[in-house]
Design a protein around this ligand. Sequence first.
Ligand code: C5P
Length: 240
Amino acid sequence: MTVFKTIALIPAAGMGKRMGASINKQYLQLAGMPIVARTIAVFEHSPLIDAIYLVIPPEEIAYCQEHVVEAYGFRKIAAIVPGGVERQNSVLNGLNAMQDQLSADDVVLIHDGVRPLVNGNMLRESITTASCHDGAVAAVPVKDTIKTVQDGIINDTPRRENLWQAQTPQSFRFGIIHAAHQSAEADGFSATDDASLIERSGGEVHIIRGDYRNIKITTPEDLILAELFLAAMEREQKQC
Ligand code: C5P
């Protein structure tokens, strides 16, 4: 029986070592609220999302339950699932945890826990595109020229007009993405995003409009940028 229709899966089980902080980067405050709580809030408040599965390092589950889920009164959290060694393992754990609740055509939006500046329009476009294609990836055109480098020497300069920077959400029908993750694990194939696992078997994943402000907060300067972007977004909302 299908209980849910559109599910958010938020992998937040990284250790955030690049931030250099003493706590996991996702609990650092962004304008007075933990980063991961801001991310969850976007999905909690979207009428398009039925439930949220959160993936957290096993040793942080109790902390997250108390200081994020209960502290902010989130009601859509269906489960807090223990994460794995790599992001891909964490996402598969989340997909496995929800499998009894979903049918193959239900849509799963996979969204990084440290990308709090996602907006409702992106969620809408992502869900619509994923419902009728093999997947939807939020992305923006790259602004810089990108080089591929080996041993300190440039070996290629791909044409910039073909290059897009992939963000999240990345959305898929459940049956497609669960099968892709299971077969990647069986084959020992690893990738840094979910769409790659569909692309490798020839699936047609479409781009949707991302936003240059939808950054992944990875290093200390990202947090400064996120504060500025958030303030600008709040000003824009007040003007509407
Ligand atoms: O490591 P990366 O920057 O790609 O992380 C993107 C998202 O994946 C983060 O929200 C992080 O918490 C999550 N992640 C995870 N499990 C891991 C590694 C990363 O859920 N083992």
